[in-house]
Ligand binder design. Structure first.
Ligand code: RIB
Length: 301
């Protein structure tokens, strides 16, 4: 049984614009609607963990501004511990998200304060990591901080989940420290930088030393591969999607929460698939994440 979950990562305020199609270069497009909602891959994953009633800390940085106040307040309301969400002189991170009529998105992130999670600030948080905790990290904070978090987590015998999003090159010696690498189809192709099928990519990552790989495939579910090099495919629910923003974060948070509760990898992936699918039925990231109760009602999990 693991103790608690610590999410190191980004907090952004998302500006979501709904249009029929994505705008082309030089084009002025009339949109349909817009929303402003709490986001950031780190904060999203922390909220997704909390939806499973698991203890979770968010470690990150926001500006000394109204957006920062809003994001912290929202995390508190979602039962995420915010004692280590620092205030910085930089502006709170924001994301500009376009959604088309199929619910697909394209995202531009301005990291702002998220890039201040480094050096002394980061060191102040490491005492929280204990044997058997689950640590989650993504790549919307400085890459040097990501490496430090991974090394420190392994030193302190925590279980480490890396979500290499948005994609950046990761050193091979760091990949070897990762207990589960969770990435989507586009990130998978970019991380190996070769033309391969998703199954081949999963096998390649395992042979590079990653202990377990999960590639999320959107409507097709997810692929799982571990050191035994056996590929398992987990189909997902069919739902009517309006916005896929944060679906990967809902998946990851539910996966980590289920593992914390002692579920097997296959059961945790099944629950994560349900969380990811249900999150696409509403607009925004965190606000769309399902509670365990809703998931149980839908499926016998
Ligand atoms: O994964 C979705 C998230 O990516 C959005 O909430 C946005 O803030 C960006 O970080």
């Amino acid at each position: 049984m693991k103790n608690k979950i610590i999410v190191f990562g980004s907090l952004n305020l998302d500006f979501i614009v709904k249009t029929k199609n994505f705008p082309k270069i030089g084009e002025t497009l009339m949109g349909i609607e817009y929303f402003i909602a709490p986001g950031g891959k780190g904060a999203n994953q922390a909220v997704a963990v909390a939806r499973l009633s698991c203890p979770v800390y968010m470690i990150g940085a926001v500006g000394n501004d109204y957006f920062g106040d809003l994001l912290i307040k929202n995390l508190k309301e979602n039962h995420v511990k915010v004692d280590y969400v620092f205030r910085s002189s930089k502006k709170t991170g924001v994301a500009f998200i376009n959604i088309n009529n199929q619910g697909l998105n394209s995202i531009t992130v301005i990291p702002g304060a998220n890039y201040e999670l480094k050096d002394e600030l980061l060191k102040k948080t490491f005492h929280l990591i204990k044997n058997n905790d689950i640590v989650i990290v993504q790549l919307e904070i400085p890459i040097s901080s990501v490496y430090e978090i991974i090394k420190e987590s392994k030193k302190r015998k925590a279980f480490l989940i890396l979500n290499p999003s948005p994609i950046k090159r990761i050193k091979k010696e760091i990949l070897k420290l990762v207990d589960i690498l969770v990435l989507n189809e586009i990130e998978a192709i970019n991380i190996v930088n070769k033309k391969m099928t998703q199954k081949e990519i999963a096998l390649e990552l395992v042979s590079l030393g990653v202990k377990r790989v999960i590639i999320t495939l959107g409507k097709k579910g997810a692929i799982f591969c571990d050191k035994n090099k056996k590929i398992d495919i987990f189909p997902t629910l069919k739902v009517r999607s309006v916005d896929t923003t944060g679906a990967g974060d809902a998946f990851l948070g539910a996966l980590a929460g289920s593992l914390l509760k002692g579920e097997s990898f296959s059961k945790a992936i099944k629950i994560a698939n349900i969380a990811g699918a249900l999150s696409t039925k509403k607009y925004g990231a965190q606000n769309s994440f399902p509670f365990l109760k809703e998931m149980k009602k839908l499926r016998n999990i």
